[in-house]
Write a protein that binds this ligand. Structure first.
Ligand SMILES: CC(C)(COP(=O)(O)OP(=O)(O)OC[C@H]1O[C@@H](n2cnc3c(N)ncnc32)[C@H](O)[C@@H]1OP(=O)(O)O)[C@@H](O)C(=O)NCCC(=O)NCCS
Length: 186
């Protein structure tokens, strides 16, 4: 179990990331990522998340707040504009939003991705793609220390052909910034 150590003292909350497991399917049903997804699409996503560690291309996590399951967060490798990058995505269940859960989970995830990025040949950058209209997600990117690169038409879910006008946020994994040291933190 991985604690959101960097943020716990700032947020004064017990947010932890747990590896994706069989029981996380229920969470996926509640979040309905990219939704509404069909049952087949949902199961395919679940299997993809379960297989991620073995494939070595990323990880998916359940976000826990104390004893509660409150969301999900993941990262994975992908090609983006001719470069191999890590991409991240997040989701907090509606009753738990606006309390700093995603900020704590995102900080913990960035620590994990920075570790993964030490592997030979690993991507050097973490990107997040948030719809230009998604104020909470864009605020989260800024708070976590991402830099806004520009606006793009981003396909989500991948392979769906559905393009969403999105902000392309980037975090340099070699950079001196450590989560929790962003001057933007309150
Ligand atoms: C985006 C999301 C994960 C944020 O989760 P959260 O736990 O509520 O976020 P936090 O409480 O940690 O807040 C993070 C930042 O967002 C801001 N924020 C939160 N809710 C907001 C709202 N409704 N409007 C504007 N900003 C908001 C917070 O103020 C904070 O920014 P700050 O540090 O500058 O003050 C959540 O809204 C969500 O799950 N949305 C649906 C899924 C989604 O859109 N995922 C993004 C796909 S990449």
């Amino acid at each position: 179990m991985l604690a959101a150590e960097g943020s716990a003292s700032l947020c004064r909350m017990d947010v932890r990331l747990e590896p994706w497991s069989e029981s996380a399917l229920a969470l996926l049903r509640r979040t309905n990522l990219g939704g509404p997804e069909s049952e087949d699409e949902l199961l395919a996503r679940h299997r993809r998340y379960l297989a991620m560690p073995e494939a070595g291309l990323g990880r998916a996590f359940v976000v826990r707040l104390g004893d509660e399951t409150v969301g999900s967060i993941n990262y994975h490798r992908r090609d983006w504009q001719g470069e191999e990058i890590y991409e991240t995505g997040w989701n907090v269940l509606p009753p738990y939003r606006g309390r700093g859960v995603a900020a704590a989970a995102g900080t913990a995830l960035i620590d994990i991705v920075r570790e993964a990025a030490h592997a030979p040949g690993a991507p050097r950058r973490l990107h997040a793609f948030s719809s230009v209209d998604n104020a909470p997600s864009n605020a989260l990117c800024r708070r976590l220390g991402f830099t806004l690169v520009g606006v793009c038409d981003f396909e989500y879910p991948r392979g769906s052909g559905r393009l969403i006008r999105s902000n392309d946020w980037r975090l340099d994994l070699d950079g001196p910034f450590r989560p929790g040291q962003n001057p933007g933190w309150a």
